[in-house]
Design a protein around this ligand. Structure first.
Ligand SMILES: NC(=O)c1ccc[n+]([C@@H]2O[C@H](COP(=O)([O-])OP(=O)(O)OC[C@H]3O[C@@H](n4cnc5c(N)ncnc54)[C@H](O)[C@@H]3O)[C@@H](O)[C@H]2O)c1
Length: 258
């Protein structure tokens, strides 16, 4: 018996990277998994990797689109008869344009990284509330806490801090959702990973910085996607049945917020 035996889990952005590692681990723990992913190409490759590990299905989903989020929840219930766990992992990270500082782009990133998590929660929570059991696990980032990394130099304009703002927002969303849904036995928690060695990190983070990252943590170790999966399983399991509204930094001791 796995720790998530027969639970139905929707994992957004499971086409690659951390979401895919969550899908693999959830299947190993006996869950049935919906790969809710915008990219058909990434999903096809992920489904090949998940083949033979358990009961997984792909539902093409754009979490920033209300209809698509609702359709994903409906397709999950059609396929598996219920919905127990939502992992709000998808974000613009691999595909982020860090050099953009304009308002239109800030709104676009918010629409995926923060509002997408809200839309998916709104689509999935009613089933959890109705059955009196549910888990929502949001994905923030250490980036939410790294206020002191703002570059020095001549002032031109207020920065967008796009990715970090959205990831701080995810922490706030976690607490508001937790306070509303707790009475229905639905917990809402958040994982804040440190820099993790996914394809996205290799593309986004400068190589010289990647080498320095482990040295900035207490444990002097770099993180692989699999290192995060146990925390997601814990939040989803009955071991965490009275844990809600919490943020857990899984980062080898880089941030340690109070
Ligand atoms: N890798 C890291 O170092 C790190 C650190 C902290 C937090 N995170 C967070 O962890 C999560 C996964 O990180 P990753 O490195 O695997 O990133 P990634 O960019 O490789 O994966 C994100 C996935 O989400 C999908 N996606 C993007 N927009 C979508 C949308 N509108 N609807 C549905 N799917 C969409 C992408 O296609 C992709 O498969 C993200 O939330 C990221 O912000 C990553």
């Amino acid at each position: 018996m796995g720790r998530l035996q027969d639970k139905v889990a929707v994992i957004t952005g499971a086409g690659q990277g951390i979401g895919l590692a969550y899908a693999e681990r959830f299947l190993a723990e006996g869950a049935k998994v919906v790969v809710a992913e915008i990219s058909e190409e990434r999903a096809a490759s992920a489904m090949k990797q998940l083949d033979g590990l358990g009961d997984a299905t792909f539902v093409r989903t754009d979490i920033s689109d209300e209809q698509s989020a609702n359709d994903c929840a409906a397709a999950t219930i059609d396929r598996f008869g219920t919905l127990d766990i939502l992992v709000n992992n998808a974000a613009l990270y691999y595909d982020i344009e860090n050099e953009r500082n304009d308002y239109a782009y800030l709104q676009k990133v918010f629409s995926v990284n923060l509002h997408g998590a809200w839309l998916m929660s709104r689509a999935c929570a009613p089933t959890m509330v109705e059955k009196g059991w549910g888990r929502i696990i949001n994905q923030s980032s250490d980036a939410a806490y790294l206020y002191n990394l703002a570059p020095m130099g001549t002032f031109h304009e207020v920065g967008a801090f796009t990715y970090s703002q959205t990831k701080w927002g995810v922490i706030g969303l976690t607490k508001f959702l937790a306070s509303q849904l707790g009475q229905y036995n639905v917990t809402v928690n958040c994982i804040a990973p440190g820099v993790t060695m996914t394809e996205a990190t290799k593309k986004i983070v400068p190589e010289e910085f990647i080498g320095m990252i482990p040295m900035m943590s207490a444990m002097k170790q770099s993180l692989e996607p699999e290192d995060l999966a146990g925390t997601a399983v814990f939040f989803a399991s009955d071991d965490a049945k009275l844990v809600t509204g919490q943020v857990l930094c899984v980062d080898g001791g880089s941030c340690m917020p109070a």
